[in-house]
Design a protein around this ligand. Structure first.
Ligand code: SF4
Ligand code: SF4
Ligand code: SF4
Length: 153
Protein backbone atom coordinates (compact mmCIF):
# COMPACT_ATOMS: atom_id res chain seq x y z
CA UNK A 1 0.00 0.00 0.00
CA UNK A 2 1.61 3.32 -0.99
CA UNK A 3 2.68 5.41 1.97
CA UNK A 4 2.05 2.65 4.51
CA UNK A 5 4.52 2.60 7.38
CA UNK A 6 6.12 -0.82 7.63
CA UNK A 7 8.03 -1.72 10.78
CA UNK A 8 11.37 -3.34 9.96
CA UNK A 9 12.71 -4.00 13.44
CA UNK A 10 11.42 -5.22 16.79
CA UNK A 11 10.47 -2.50 19.28
CA UNK A 12 12.94 -1.60 21.99
CA UNK A 13 11.43 -2.44 25.37
CA UNK A 14 12.61 -0.79 28.56
CA UNK A 15 15.76 -1.93 30.41
CA UNK A 16 15.47 -4.99 32.66
CA UNK A 17 12.36 -6.31 30.90
CA UNK A 18 11.59 -10.00 30.48
CA UNK A 19 11.65 -11.71 27.07
CA UNK A 20 9.50 -10.17 24.34
CA UNK A 21 6.96 -12.98 24.53
CA UNK A 22 6.66 -12.78 28.31
CA UNK A 23 6.49 -9.01 28.09
CA UNK A 24 3.57 -8.87 25.67
CA UNK A 25 1.78 -11.57 27.68
CA UNK A 26 2.31 -9.83 31.02
CA UNK A 27 2.13 -6.11 30.28
CA UNK A 28 -1.38 -4.75 30.82
CA UNK A 29 -0.64 -1.57 28.78
CA UNK A 30 -1.50 0.56 31.79
CA UNK A 31 0.98 3.25 30.70
CA UNK A 32 2.47 3.81 34.17
CA UNK A 33 6.02 3.42 32.83
CA UNK A 34 5.28 5.90 30.05
CA UNK A 35 4.23 8.49 32.62
CA UNK A 36 7.13 7.73 34.94
CA UNK A 37 10.14 7.84 32.62
CA UNK A 38 12.37 10.72 33.68
CA UNK A 39 13.67 11.35 30.17
CA UNK A 40 10.30 10.78 28.47
CA UNK A 41 11.71 8.21 26.06
CA UNK A 42 8.98 5.63 26.64
CA UNK A 43 6.12 5.96 24.20
CA UNK A 44 2.95 3.99 23.60
CA UNK A 45 3.82 1.88 20.60
CA UNK A 46 2.22 -0.78 18.45
CA UNK A 47 -0.72 -2.54 20.11
CA UNK A 48 -0.60 -0.05 22.98
CA UNK A 49 2.57 -1.60 24.41
CA UNK A 50 5.25 0.71 25.79
CA UNK A 51 8.53 0.98 23.93
CA UNK A 52 11.66 3.11 24.04
CA UNK A 53 12.13 5.77 21.35
CA UNK A 54 15.79 6.78 21.34
CA UNK A 55 15.03 9.66 18.98
CA UNK A 56 13.56 11.37 22.03
CA UNK A 57 16.58 10.97 24.26
CA UNK A 58 18.58 8.58 26.37
CA UNK A 59 17.99 6.01 29.06
CA UNK A 60 19.67 6.95 32.33
CA UNK A 61 19.02 3.50 33.83
CA UNK A 62 17.19 5.19 36.69
CA UNK A 63 14.87 2.19 37.05
CA UNK A 64 11.79 4.32 37.62
CA UNK A 65 9.88 2.49 34.87
CA UNK A 66 10.46 -0.81 36.64
CA UNK A 67 9.40 0.67 39.98
CA UNK A 68 6.21 2.09 38.48
CA UNK A 69 5.16 -1.17 36.86
CA UNK A 70 2.47 -3.10 38.79
CA UNK A 71 3.06 -6.47 37.07
CA UNK A 72 6.16 -8.70 36.99
CA UNK A 73 7.54 -7.86 33.53
CA UNK A 74 10.82 -6.47 34.88
CA UNK A 75 13.68 -8.61 36.20
CA UNK A 76 15.97 -7.75 39.10
CA UNK A 77 18.13 -4.68 38.57
CA UNK A 78 21.11 -6.71 39.67
CA UNK A 79 20.99 -8.21 36.19
CA UNK A 80 22.28 -6.51 33.06
CA UNK A 81 19.67 -3.97 31.87
CA UNK A 82 19.80 -5.12 28.24
CA UNK A 83 22.12 -6.23 25.46
CA UNK A 84 21.73 -3.18 23.26
CA UNK A 85 24.57 -1.46 21.47
CA UNK A 86 24.64 1.51 19.14
CA UNK A 87 25.58 1.13 15.49
CA UNK A 88 26.97 3.86 13.28
CA UNK A 89 25.56 3.61 9.76
CA UNK A 90 26.95 4.54 6.38
CA UNK A 91 25.27 7.94 6.33
CA UNK A 92 27.62 9.16 9.09
CA UNK A 93 29.10 12.49 7.99
CA UNK A 94 32.61 11.35 8.83
CA UNK A 95 32.26 8.51 6.36
CA UNK A 96 31.44 11.19 3.75
CA UNK A 97 34.60 13.13 4.69
CA UNK A 98 32.75 15.80 6.69
CA UNK A 99 34.03 16.61 10.16
CA UNK A 100 31.58 15.72 12.94
CA UNK A 101 32.00 14.36 16.46
CA UNK A 102 28.60 15.06 17.99
CA UNK A 103 28.02 11.46 19.01
CA UNK A 104 31.33 11.15 20.83
CA UNK A 105 30.71 14.36 22.73
CA UNK A 106 27.45 12.93 24.13
CA UNK A 107 28.79 9.52 25.11
CA UNK A 108 29.56 9.44 28.81
CA UNK A 109 30.89 5.89 28.50
CA UNK A 110 33.64 6.90 26.06
CA UNK A 111 32.45 4.17 23.73
CA UNK A 112 32.94 6.23 20.56
CA UNK A 113 36.48 7.10 19.61
CA UNK A 114 37.78 8.81 16.52
CA UNK A 115 40.63 7.28 14.60
CA UNK A 116 42.84 9.61 12.60
CA UNK A 117 43.04 8.68 8.97
CA UNK A 118 45.53 9.98 6.38
CA UNK A 119 43.86 12.13 3.74
CA UNK A 120 40.45 12.05 5.42
CA UNK A 121 38.65 13.33 8.50
CA UNK A 122 38.88 11.17 11.62
CA UNK A 123 36.57 8.15 11.52
CA UNK A 124 34.31 7.00 14.39
CA UNK A 125 34.85 3.60 15.93
CA UNK A 126 32.34 2.21 18.41
CA UNK A 127 33.57 -0.03 21.21
CA UNK A 128 30.73 -2.50 21.77
CA UNK A 129 32.21 -3.59 25.09
CA UNK A 130 31.96 -0.05 26.47
CA UNK A 131 28.60 0.85 24.94
CA UNK A 132 25.76 0.69 27.48
CA UNK A 133 23.03 1.08 24.88
CA UNK A 134 21.91 4.27 26.59
CA UNK A 135 21.15 5.91 23.26
CA UNK A 136 22.53 9.34 24.16
CA UNK A 137 24.39 9.46 20.85
CA UNK A 138 21.30 8.95 18.68
CA UNK A 139 19.37 12.21 18.99
CA UNK A 140 22.37 14.54 18.49
CA UNK A 141 23.48 12.90 15.24
CA UNK A 142 22.62 15.45 12.52
CA UNK A 143 21.98 12.79 9.88
CA UNK A 144 20.29 10.06 11.99
CA UNK A 145 23.16 7.71 11.26
CA UNK A 146 23.01 5.88 14.58
CA UNK A 147 20.63 3.05 15.34
CA UNK A 148 20.29 0.73 18.29
CA UNK A 149 20.58 -2.99 17.90
CA UNK A 150 20.48 -6.01 20.13
CA UNK A 151 23.90 -7.47 20.72
CA UNK A 152 23.29 -11.16 21.23
CA UNK A 153 26.92 -12.26 20.87
S1 SF4 B 1 15.32 3.32 33.25
FE1 SF4 B 1 14.61 5.47 33.57
S2 SF4 B 1 15.28 6.62 31.73
FE2 SF4 B 1 15.44 4.39 31.23
S3 SF4 B 1 13.44 3.89 30.25
FE3 SF4 B 1 13.21 3.44 32.46
S4 SF4 B 1 12.35 5.35 33.39
FE4 SF4 B 1 13.17 5.88 31.32
S1 SF4 C 1 27.11 12.35 15.20
FE1 SF4 C 1 26.41 11.11 13.44
S2 SF4 C 1 27.35 12.10 11.64
FE2 SF4 C 1 28.43 12.85 13.47
S3 SF4 C 1 30.21 11.49 13.66
FE3 SF4 C 1 28.58 10.64 14.96
S4 SF4 C 1 27.51 9.16 13.68
FE4 SF4 C 1 28.74 10.45 12.32
S1 SF4 D 1 24.57 4.21 23.13
FE1 SF4 D 1 25.37 5.40 24.87
S2 SF4 D 1 27.21 4.29 25.52
FE2 SF4 D 1 26.69 3.56 23.45
S3 SF4 D 1 27.89 4.83 22.06
FE3 SF4 D 1 25.89 5.79 22.25
S4 SF4 D 1 26.14 7.29 23.92
FE4 SF4 D 1 27.86 5.85 24.03
Amino acid sequence: MPGAKVRTEAPHRMPWTVSEQDFTEGCTRCGKCVEACETAIIITGDGGFPEVDFQRGECTFCGVCADACPVPVFVSREQSPWQKVAEIGESCLSFQSTECRSCRDMCEYSAIRFRLQAGNVAQPVLDVDECSGCGACIKPCPVNAITMSDNNN
